[in-house]
Write a protein that binds this ligand. Structure first.
Ligand code: MLT
Length: 405
């Protein structure tokens, strides 16, 4: 694929967060004394919840005894985890999702990159702009996105749905007709959300035109407002138009453990009437050997009573950071949003700086690393993302340094 598909070569030399890491490393190599605060990639900093650690220890002990040793995991996931997910993430919210519609994986990044494989090559994609770069990049790699205009940062065959301050960073129904619609709420990178009624409009639209929504709910645990849906299956009709992707990384601190899942309802079909559940099962079984047993037991522990309480506390701490960052930036006169139902705060670079100019400015003058908004798409230009996944102390120190700029 790599050699055959020249579209790879039209992508930036590295993935956005790798570019940020490389630039940061170049700076720290040249300035080893700099006390860098990293609020760029959304990587968690709190240790795993005790209930998860206990489950890991227990599972490792099982692996050390012949009677309880496990080899290959079932490729679609152990039923103890799929049942816990169905009960806690869906039934508890009144959503109809059964355990055998859940495909356990090693995280939402891979799932959101790979899911396009089960769709026709000529499928037209619609994305929010700015957007988590994996959605577009993976479609570029599949040769589906047309030609690239470096002046505008636009791929000719992608439908961009601008999310700007004017529409409160919520996409509008596009005038061109897509086959696949990528939506992510709470949004990465803007931290914006849509209400249940707005989500229902997307579901109705997708069902009307026969499109499939690829819904990334990696940040649902950060929702604090009642009218914001946690799952697309809270909307009527979503089972005939939506795939949902979830992650344990942000919800439970698993960025280093790796665990996620995809939901594909059995009645969901593509435009040609092809059922998607068996297609993804076939793809998953061929290309994936299952998340490790010990990690799936750790995932199960997230849904224990102790696990739920501990995870809520963990999320609560990150949300304290988010509130602090948002309030501080606003009080310094920045245009800033997100941070209410999301661990991401989205701000406008001051003085009409470009996103990358502000990245350099912040790195050099405040030793704070963030993520340039333009890396997420053309409408992200002049914007910047800060994550609340750092420690509280570092969030406070970062804001103090930004105040002094
Ligand atoms: C983010 O910071 O947006 C993501 O966590 C990075 C990634 O998963 O690629």
């Amino acid at each position: 694929m790599f050699l055959a598909n020249q579209d790879y070569l039209k992508l930036p030399g590295s993935y956005l967060f790798s570019t940020v890491a490389k630039k940061t490393k170049a700076y720290t190599d040249a300035h080893p004394e700099a006390a860098i605060i990293r609020l760029g990639i959304g990587d968690v900093t709190q240790p795993l919840p005790p209930a998860v650690i206990d489950a890991l220890h227990r599972a490792v002990d099982e692996m050390s005894r012949a009677e309880t040793f496990r080899g290959y995991a079932p490729d679609l996931g152990y039923s103890f985890l799929r049942e816990a997910i169905a009960e806690n993430d869906f039934a508890a919210r009144g959503c109809q999702v059964s355990a055998d519609e859940i495909f356990v994986s090693d995280g939402a990044k891979g799932d959101s990159a790979n899911i396009q494989e089960i769709f026709d090559h000529d499928s037209r994609i619609a994305v929010c702009d700015p957007v988590y770069p994996v959605y577009v990049d993976s479609n570029v790699m599949a040769g589906r996105t047309g030609t690239y205009d470096p002046a505008t940062g636009i791929w000719s065959n992608v439908i961009y749905m601008p999310c700007t301050a004017d529409n409160h960073f919520a996409p509008e129904i596009p005038s061109e007709q897509p086959d696949l619609i990528y939506l992510c709420f709470p949004n990465n990178p803007t931290g914006a959300t849509i209400t249940r009624d707005q989500m229902q409009e997307w579901v109705d639209y997708a069902n009307r035109i026969g499109a499939v929504i690829l819904y990334d709910a990696a940040y649902e645990a950060y929702i604090t407002e009642d009218n914001v849906p946690h799952s697309i299956y809270e909307c009527e009709g979503a089972r005939t138009c939506a795939i949902e992707m979830r992650s344990f990384s942000k919800n439970a601190g698993f960025t280093g453990l790796r665990l996620g899942y995809v939901v594909i309802p059995k009645e969901l079909k593509d435009r040609k009437g092809q059922a998607l559940h068996p297609l993804w099962a076939r793809r998953h079984g061929t290309k994936y050997n299952g998340a490790p047993y010990i990690v799936q037991r750790a995932g199960e522990a997230v849904y224990s009573e102790a696990g739920k309480t501990q995870v809520r506390e963990m999320v609560g701490k990150y949300m304290e950071n988010a509130r602090f960052i948002l309030d501080s930036l606003k009080s310094f006169g920045y245009e800033a949003s997100g941070g209410v139902n999301s661990p991401y705060v989205w701000l406008r670079a001051p003085g009409n700086m470009t996103s990358w100019e502000f990245f350099d400015h912040l790195l050099e003058k405040a030793n704070v690393v963030g993520t340039p908004g333009s890396g997420f798409g053309p409408s992200g230009e002049h914007y910047f993302r800060l994550t609340a996944f750092g420690t509280y102390e570092n969030s406070v120190e970062a804001m103090e340094r930004i105040r002094k700029l």
